[in-house]
Design a protein around this ligand. Structure first.
Ligand code: FES
Length: 177
């Protein structure tokens, strides 16, 4: 996967087109391969130069594309969580796939999905089973500080620690059982 920003003038590469094994920028037509290297510049003869777009290691597993946005040298496909039931299915269950476009930062979506204690109340009548919030137990282990909204990050002092902070520690949250 490559960043959605041409390294030449910053045009979103998602507006371009696929040209064989490359992605062609819609502005000046530079072409980039899957590793992000510029492999074709229609305005020069020969070597297209060292221009490159940032690329990210990916692995396709369990019907999803897992993108490693951190240090590429540390990418480890073995760290992809086991969601094998998405592939194999389980008796009595079926997998439903789809997309939900949210006009918000992805961290807010993660916060929401990890906070299952709200389901009984906010989603009463649909997926919120009465009494379920008291039996939920979750554990999260992350590489960055994720402060509950009532705390401040010990390093950057922001109420919600952002990626700009870079503080590394393990944080765990759990809901009452
Ligand atoms: S902006 Fe992409 S090739 Fe010029």
């Amino acid at each position: 996967m490559v960043a959605d920003r041409c390294p030449h003038r910053g045009v979103p590469l998602s507006l371009g087109k696929v040209a064989g094994p490359t992605l062609q920028c819609p502005y000046h037509g530079l072409r980039f391969n899957g590793a992000g290297a510029c492999v074709h510049n229609p305005h020069v003869k020969g070597d297209p130069g060292r221009l490159a777009v940032r690329s990210y290691p990916v692995v396709e597993r369990f019907g999803a594309v897992w993108v490693w946005t951190g240090d590429a040298a540390l990418a480890d496909a073995a760290k992809v969580p086991d969601y094998s039931w998405f592939d194999a299915g389980r008796p009595g269950y079926r997998t439903v796939r789809g997309q939900l476009h949210v006009q918000a930062g992805f961290r807010l979506v993660i916060d929401n999905l990890l906070d299952l204690s709200h389901a009984e109340y906010l989603h009463a009548g649909t997926v919120g089973t009465p009494g379920s919030s008291g039996s939920l137990k979750a554990s999260v282990d992350v590489g960055r500080t994720v402060s509950p909204c009532c705390e401040r990050c010990s390093t950057c002092r922001r109420r919600r620690c952002s990626s700009r902070c870079g503080t590394r520690r393990s944080a765990s949250t759990s809901t009452p059982t």
